[in-house]
Ligand binder design. Structure first.
Ligand SMILES: [Fe+2]
Length: 287
């Protein structure tokens, strides 16, 4: 006991030295962030009385996480997502104004430069599944339509892989950008998304397995909705009733983002399902 007490006293002294070494710059925000980070890291080591072999395990895990970030694969974003940290940052920084569409994490599979499509077009280039027409409007918080708002859309193919993960898919499969019409409306066709597993062949997969967690995400579609002068929102729409809706591997689900696809009853539409959904942007932003 005496030995532990003296070790903790030494570590308290050590922590003060480390904080002093890093947190006295002329950047006030840096000083706040680095001091807090150091306090939590050192506090964690002291609290669990971290053993050398555990420290090596952590170093090895983080090393392999970095090594897994090859090409478009972003294992560190996935790690942040799987620990709930991405959603925590999202919650802090995207508290939506009353009535605006809530945000959700970007996830590791976003790729910029999706192709522009016309309203009424399709983002499904390859893949078999149930067809869906997704249509709605982009509105401001007063209910006024926003014309020429951009929707940047991406989701998995029916084989549960994003195009960026799968060389056998067209590069732009299930990705697209479109702009709202003058009345704020938009429409596009795709294949109804299904639940999919996050990649489990890397360190994050091992982490999920160690925690006794499944790797599944409930079916969802990602959107970034933006318009000049408004606060853009990065979000996801989740299929209500999906079996993984309460156990999302990356903790991204919010009640306001649950949507209900309707069986198509309009014989003039050659689709299996229809989803009517409006997005609401806050703003104009103060900045
Ligand atoms: Fe996703």
């Amino acid at each position: 006991m005496t030995q532990i007490n003296s070790a903790q006293a030494a570590n308290a002294l050590l922590l003060n030295q480390v904080i002093a070494a890093y947190s006295r710059t002329d950047n006030a925000r840096w000083n706040v962030v680095i001091e807090s980070l150091l306090r939590h890291l050192h506090g964690f080591v002291n609290e669990v009385e971290l053993r050398p072999e555990e420290w090596w395990t952590a170093i090895d895990f983080l090393t392999r996480t970095g090594q897994a970030c090859v090409g478009p694969r972003q294992e560190f974003i996935l790690l942040s997502d799987a620990l709930g940290l991405s959603s925590a940052v999202d919650n802090l920084n995207n508290a939506s104004l009353a009535g605006a569409t809530e945000s959700a994490v970007t996830g590791p599979f976003y790729v910029p430069h999706s192709p522009h499509i016309e309203n009424g077009g399709s983002i499904a280039l390859a893949g078999e599944g149930e067809t869906v027409l997704i249509r709605g409007r982009v509105l401001d918080t007063a209910g006024h339509p926003i014309s020429a708002a951009e929707l940047d859309i991406w989701h998995t193919s029916p084989n549960q892989l994003y195009a960026v993960q799968d060389k056998n898919q067209p590069e732009m499969n299930f990705r697209g950008k479109l702009r709202t019409r003058t009345d704020g409306s938009f429409a596009f066709h795709t294949i109804k998304p299904i639940a999919y597993p996050v990649p489990v062949d890397g360190p994050v997969g091992q982490l999920l397995n160690k925690g006794g967690r499944h790797p599944m995400r409930p079916a969802h579609i990602h959107f970034i909705v933006s318009a000049p002068g408004y606060q853009s929102v990065t979000t996801q729409l989740f299929t209500r009733g999906d079996e993984f809706i309460d156990s999302d591997a990356v903790f991204g689900v919010k009640d306001s983002l649950l949507i209900d696809y309707q069986r198509n009853t309009d014989r003039s539409l050659a689709v299996d399902w229809v989803l009517d959904h409006d997005f609401v942007l806050a703003g104009p932003s103060a900045g």
